[in-house]
Ligand binder design. Structure first.
Ligand SMILES: NC(=O)c1ccc[n+]([C@@H]2O[C@H](COP(=O)([O-])OP(=O)(O)OC[C@H]3O[C@@H](n4cnc5c(N)ncnc54)[C@H](O)[C@@H]3O)[C@@H](O)[C@H]2O)c1
Length: 266
């Protein structure tokens, strides 16, 4: 998709961080944007900020872990803008800690948002993109943690590896329909990801004993989300499958790939 003008983008997790930056970059390209997020206050703020910059945007509250909620948000989006061309399955959370200390609720929360959120977007929005026949693009936000899996981030890695695999499959499945697919795998980006517990449902509740200072420092040292939004626009225009804005995990990935290649020959 070379021109985003008048295209309609549906971005989950759009009230903050990378999602907000993608929405703002799409709007600068002349797209109309549906901001879908679970956090109502932040959503209203994001909507106002983009509107005051002249963007044609609308905010819809949406919990991506709920199929019904995504279905309702998608219906709202189509009622307001007619159709959707660009789907960004971006909402995500990042529980950290050793796997043997993780709880069933940690898994339910992270799989619900990071994995089922992507699945719901694909199942409920992609058929409409196919049906209107004007082409489109799906961007799934994974992470470099979908390519290499360091310690203490195992649940997150499970979901992000899954999102990379789903994206590779979807890329092949949607190519005949003129619909591109990208998987976004950033390293550290300066967002509120380390404060993700703010949106954890009470029923799955377990606040960390103290804020994750290591993750907070890593994110604070990371890229401006706006830079990632611009890379995503470029990736959509070029039809890139992999959008890898950072190279700091490149050697780690190479080590993993080499170890796997060697294991094939043993
Ligand atoms: N920040 C990084 O360093 C980094 C690196 C790689 C990948 N990512 C990925 O980028 C994506 C965006 O995260 P971010 O860094 O911008 O964090 P963020 O916390 O700033 O933004 C995440 C957004 O998702 C929303 N959200 C959370 N649960 C939701 C739900 N159930 N339904 C709908 N919305 C929900 C939040 O309200 C928030 O607006 C995530 O998928 C994350 O895993 C982030």
């Amino acid at each position: 998709m070379e021109d985003l003008t008048e295209r309609v983008a549906f971005v989950t997790g759009a009230a903050s961080g990378i999602g907000f930056a993608m929405a703002s970059c799409f709007a600068k390209e002349g797209a109309r944007v549906v901001l879908a997020d679970i956090e109502v206050g932040a959503l209203r703020h994001a909507e106002q900020e983009l509107r005051s910059a002249g963007a044609d945007v609308v905010g819809v509250q949406c919990d991506v872990s709920s199929r019904d909620s995504v279905a309702a948000a998608a219906r709202n989006a189509v009622e307001m803008f007619g159709k959707i061309h660009i789907l960004c399955n971006n909402a995500g959370v990042a529980p950290a800690g050793p796997l043997d200390e993780s709880t069933p609720e940690d898994w339910q929360w992270c799989l619900g948002v990071n994995l089922m959120g992507v699945v719901h977007g694909i199942q409920l929005i992609v058929p409409g993109i196919k049906a209107h026949g004007e082409g489109g693009h799906v961007v799934n936000t994974a992470s470099v943690i979908g390519l290499v899996a360091p310690p203490e981030i195992g649940i997150y890695a499970a979901t992000k590896y899954a999102v990379v695999g789903i994206s590779e499959t979807l890329h092949a499945e949607l190519a005949p329909f003129g619909i591109g697919v990208s998987v976004l795998c950033p390293s550290f980006v300066n967002t509120r990801l380390h404060e993700g517990y703010r949106n954890r449902p009470a029923a799955l509740g377990r606040e960390p004993d103290e804020p994750n200072a290591i993750m907070a420092a890593q994110l604070a040292s990371g890229s401006d989300p706006q830079v990632i939004g611009e890379r995503v626009v470029r990736g959509i225009k070029r039809g890139d499958l992999y959008i890898l804005p950072h190279s700091d995990f490149k050697m780690g990935f190479k080590g993993r790939a080499n170890a796997i290649l060697e294991a094939f020959d043993e």
